[in-house]
Design a protein. Structure first.
Length: 308
């Protein structure tokens, strides 16, 4: 029986456990939901195909070791990991709050079938701790659709997969990285500081000047670099984070009034939260609390993957 939402799936400290799966024969690409462990260790982790991981929930630290070198990384909601074909980690360790992620694999024959041969393969370059709002929103919507049993039909999720393929090919493939000039972006350290600042102050007034000051930039320069790094504007990113936090709170805090949740997360009013939530997830706060999905008869339209 399908779950109603990604939020309803359990978490796990078993890194290789598959919480949900939809095969390429149905979705166009193999889609899995896997845990982000709270505390776990894994050795000899081999990834035969290009793939991406998009965190839906979970936060903390992780350590990945390859060839005698260990890299410390962080996990945060909507953060993306991009793995090239054949990537192997000797050892991985997780510490933090458990969560889950949507995993999309890009096997050559699936890519060719989905694009009718226009794209032979997706040669991704490995990148860690990526923030790209369009990629994360597409992947999480694909995850929501597959977990809830494809309420909008296979054609819809296949279209989302084609859109995801197009963005990844244009932005993150080896060919694209070689062909395109380097765009100035925020440093990984600045991306982490901003993501932490936004998550910790969702209930406050997050101005452009405040965020720019956090990384020592003018507001105008900061706005350009932020969009290049996160794939969306600071305002849209903060809105998305607030809506995501509100959905989690509505499902978790059943006794807390909706107006109190709106105030705690920085919405100007309950109606403001309702408007943004309906636009982004196709549901009102009351419908989210009742466990409905965007495919319910009383729900709104599915989220448009490129809506800002």
């Amino acid at each position: 029986m399908p779950f109603s939402s990604l939020h309803d799936l359990p978490t796990s400290n078993t890194p290789r456990e598959v919480l949900a799966h939809c095969p390429a024969a149905i979705a166009g690409l193999p889609i899995s939901v896997m845990p982000i462990p709270g505390h776990a260790e894994l050795r000899d982790d081999f990834h035969p195909n290009p793939r991406i991981f998009v965190a839906q929930q979970g936060a903390g630290r992780r350590w990945y070791s390859r060839g005698g070198a260990t890299r410390q990384l962080r996990t945060a909601p909507r953060m993306i990991e991009i793995y090239g074909q054949g990537l192997t980690f000797d050892r991985e360790v997780w510490e933090g709050a458990a969560g889950r992620c949507v995993v999309v694999d890009f096997r050559d024959h699936d890519v060719q079938a989905l694009t009718h041969g226009q794209l032979k393969s997706l040669e991704l370059q490995t990148r860690h701790e990526v923030f790209d709002e369009r990629v994360s929103r597409l992947a999480l919507e694909i995850g929501e659709e597959t977990v809830s049993g494809l309420p909008n039909g296979p054609l819809y999720v296949q279209g989302l997969c084609i859109g995801l393929l197009g963005i990844l090919s244009a932005r993150y493939s080896a060919r694209a990285q070689d062909a395109l000039p380097r765009t100035r972006r925020l440093s990984p350290q600045h991306e982490h500081r901003l993501a932490e600042l936004i998550r910790s102050q969702l209930g406050g007034k997050l101005s452009l000047a405040t965020m720019a000051a956090e990384v020592g930039l003018s507001p105008q320069h900061f706005a350009r670099l932020f969009k290049a790094s996160f794939g969306t504007t600071p305002h849209a990113f903060v809105q998305a984070q607030r809506v995501e936090a509100a959905v989690a709170a509505l499902r978790r805090e059943h006794a807390m009034p909706i107006a109190a949740i709106a105030a705690a997360l920085g919405f100007s009013s309950q109606s403001h939260m309702t408007e943004l939530m309906r636009r982004r997830v196709g549901l009102t706060p009351s419908q989210v609390r009742r466990g409905l999905t965007s495919a319910s008869p009383s729900g709104g339209a599915p989220i448009h993957p490129f809506e800002e």
